[in-house]
Design a protein around this ligand. Structure first.
Ligand code: P53
Length: 484
């Protein structure tokens, strides 16, 4: 096991899933604050009324969300794990594990409560400065996601979110504010979390129309332009700044050796995985993009200037999440996987988690080796882990051997890829401290190395308890990946 000397071992979270304090210090609402527990499988279209009483643009949100905070509804993200008030204690625990890097996101609506203001909210900026200074005091490098599933609700309801070109300017203003404010404190950035989800998970909607694809590809185009503009600005504001793309990495296999399955699987890679990475790493749309657009008669608002911007703003490295693999087939699926966000056919060679996510470390090695030679850029795994139910035992501990075993196999897969020459520079495990699940709103789908006493109904003391995996990961980091 040989990991590079300065390998970035660490953990990852997102503001909307851990901060809580949703209405504190001038913060504006986001979609997550008005989303109840329940899961995205129940997505439905909702039309908002705009301030002037006319219907706004349609928006898909989970059942239970009403675009406003209602009494007698339970909204898990509003409290999260109260990181907002407990960040010092939490960062001290990360430091105790030996973290070199902490991936976190900034809540856009803390900085611009509505999203379209000129002036930022100083209290929001001050909060993240305190967080970054605490990290610095512990020698932990921040990796900051600028947008992780939580744009200001105002931008969603009034502008229809990324369906509107004006979002590019709002996003750019927000990102530039961060670059200038935190110059010298933060130098690692990610523009959009799992940007490819927009297209990859479309198939999970109950009825997907050509119009949905039109919208998704258009939203992606505006996000690509926004991302590229911001990469360029980041470099101009501080040459030390490094910016990455972030792809939801799901390795997919053909379910059978029927050539039709093999071809369909390759097309799935192109649509779901390569499309976004290719544009963000290579600065231009790939050849197959036209084929994808033609399939759904997609007609993009895309200017010559946009294409110049894409060329000039390629990312410095490629980051991705990896939890599972999937299987693709043209044949009737006799055994589908039904968990939240899992797609495709059941792979008979793999074990599945309680949420039906396939446990597949080989898939991680496969993904790493593929991307290394596709982009020739440094790679970073910025999310990986096992969502599982934990039991607090009589001794007040969590003996999460299953989590240790999952992480061990995936870190071994990383070591093999590195041995094969892959330029992997970091690993931040997802939800290093228990937090609210993005897909289901549950607390009980836990990823943490640190347990948080908070339950699905919102009860609990919020106390932090290191799990067995905490001490195991501490040894992994201390030995730079030798002691697995
Ligand atoms: P949860 C689906 C598939 C793979 C990754 O997910 C995904 C999703 C969306 O749920 O998202 C990432 O909490 C995401 C995190 C999220 C994490 O994976 O549904 O970047 O915000 O919490 C795990 O189990």
């Amino acid at each position: 096991m040989r990991f590079p000397t300065n390998f970035y071992w660490g953990g990852a979270t997102a503001a909307n899933q851990c901060e809580g304090a949703y209405d504190v210090d001038g913060r504006g609402l986001t979609l997550k604050d008005v989303t109840t527990i329940g899961g995205l499988k129940k997505r439905r279209q909702v039309t908002y009324l705009q301030a002037d009483g006319t219907p706004g643009k349609g928006l898909a949100i989970p059942d239970g969300a009403h675009g406003a905070v209602l009494p007698n509804e339970y909204y898990p993200n509003q409290t999260g794990i109260d990181f907002y008030h407990r960040y010092q204690e939490d960062i001290a625990l990360f430091a105790k594990m030996g973290f070199k890097m902490y991936r976190m996101s900034i809540s856009w609506s803390r900085i611009f409560p509505r999203g379209d203001e000129e002036e930022p909210n100083q209290a929001g900026l001050d909060f993240y400065r305190r967080v970054f200074e605490t990290l610095k005091a512990h020698g932990i490098e921040p990796l900051v996601t600028i947008s992780h599933f939580d744009m200001p609700l105002h931008l969603e309801t009034v502008y229809g979110g990324w369906n509107d070109r004006r979002m590019i300017a709002f996003y750019q203003h927000y990102a530039e504010t961060l670059f200038t404010t935190y110059r010298g404190l933060v130098k690692h950035w990610i523009t959009f979390n799992e940007i490819n989800n927009t297209i990859m998970f479309l198939a999970l909607r109950s009825q997907t129309s050509a119009a949905d694809y039109q919208r998704a590809y258009q939203q992606l185009h505006y996000q690509f332009v926004a991302s590229a503009l911001v990469v360029k600005r980041a470099h101009a504001i501080d040459p030390e700044n490094q910016v990455g793309c972030m792809i939801c990495g799901i390795t997919s296999y053909p379910l059978t050796c029927d050539p039709a399955d093999v071809l369909k699987n390759r097309y799935a890679w192109e649509q779901n995985i390569y499309y976004c990475g290719d544009v963000q790493c290579q600065g231009q749309y790939p050849t197959y993009a036209q084929r994808l657009w033609d399939e759904y008669q997609v007609d993009l608002d895309m200017t010559a200037t946009d294409l110049e911007i894409l060329k000039a703003g390629t990312v410095d490295w490629y980051t991705f999440s990896y939890y599972m693999s999937t299987a693709i087939t043209t044949h009737e699926i006799t055994s589908a996987v039904g968990g939240n966000f899992s797609i495709g056919a059941r792979n008979p060679y793999l074990q599945y988690s309680e949420w039906e996510w396939a446990d597949d470390p080989d898939g991680l090695q496969y993904y790493l080796e593929l991307m290394n030679d596709r982009y020739h850029l440094p790679l970073m795994i910025v999310e990986n882990g096992l969502g599982a139910k934990d039991q607090l035992t009589a001794d007040g501990q969590i003996h999460d051997q299953y989590r240790i075993s999952y992480m061990r196999k995936h870190i071994q897969a990383m070591a093999t890829a590195i041995q094969h020459g892959v330029n992997l520079i970091g690993y931040t495990s997802w939800g290093c401290i228990d937090l609210v699940s993005a897909g289901t709103g549950q607390m009980s789908k836990r990823y943490g190395l640190i347990y948080v006493d908070r339950q699905d109904d919102g009860s609990g003391t919020l106390a932090r308890i290191p799990k067995d995996s905490f001490y195991w990961y501490q040894r992994v980091i201390a030995s730079n990946g030798q002691a697995l």
